[in-house]
Every structure is written in structure tokens, then in C-alpha cells.
Design a protein around this ligand. Sequence first.
Ligand SMILES: [Zn+2]
Length: 142
Amino acid sequence: MILEIVKCEGKRPLAPRESHYTREFWSKLSTGEFTSTRCQVCRKLMFPPRQHCPMCWSKKTDWVSLSGKGKLYARTTVHAGPLMFQQHIPYSVGIIDLDEGVRLIASIIDGDEKIQNDEEVQLIVLAYDDGPLFAVRKIESD
Ligand SMILES: [Zn+2]
């Protein structure tokens, strides 16, 4: 599944550190694909992507594509944040449970209404001038 890509002006407020290993995640994210790794031995799906399995310590992992769909588990709104995020205050951050069974943290793009816990959300790609970030927003019902 290819995520919606939303163009954002300027540089990312906090650019992630890229390693030789994580470069694949960020490269695919820039094209709208959200990926992580799965253990070849015990099949544990993990996020963030890892070179070894946190359950059985196997170093045999495969890259897998995820749907980016999930539910909001919890949220908070930041009113006093670090300097690098001053222009975004107030901003919201949520804990997201993806349908595939991994939990992650992402910025929340609320749009016109505030997303509530247990509501369905979709990851989107924020395409800044210096690279991508990911965030979530509510899945619009038809
Ligand atoms: Zn494993």
C-alpha cells in the first residue's frame, strides 16, 4: 500500500539519524512505502526496523511492507516543547497500534476534528525539502 504524500515547506524540525541499515526505511518512506522488519525464525514483526530480532536474537530479518492503518491508542498535546518544534506548538503526538500488530509514536494531523482514542488512523508521509517524516490522520469515512 502506498501512503499519501503531503508536501511540507522547509526542513524537518528534527531530522532522524540515518545509518546504512535504516537508509532503506527512509528511502522507501520517501516513495510512500512504510516498511519494517520481520524475523525469519520466529516471525516476530518489529518496529522500528532492526537488524536482529528482540525476541529470539536471530540476525535473519526481512524487510516487509506495512499498511500504515491502525488505531489511536493514546494522545497528548504539547504546549511547551523543545526549541526545534517551537513553530509547530501546540502539536499532538499519539501512540498508534498498527493493524499488523506493532506500536509506534507519530505526530497527529487532526484536520477539522480531534481524533479520539480507538479511532482508525492512517499513516501519511510528510515530504520536507530534506527528506520524509511520517504522521497519522483520521481515516475519512465514505
Ligand atoms: Zn525472532
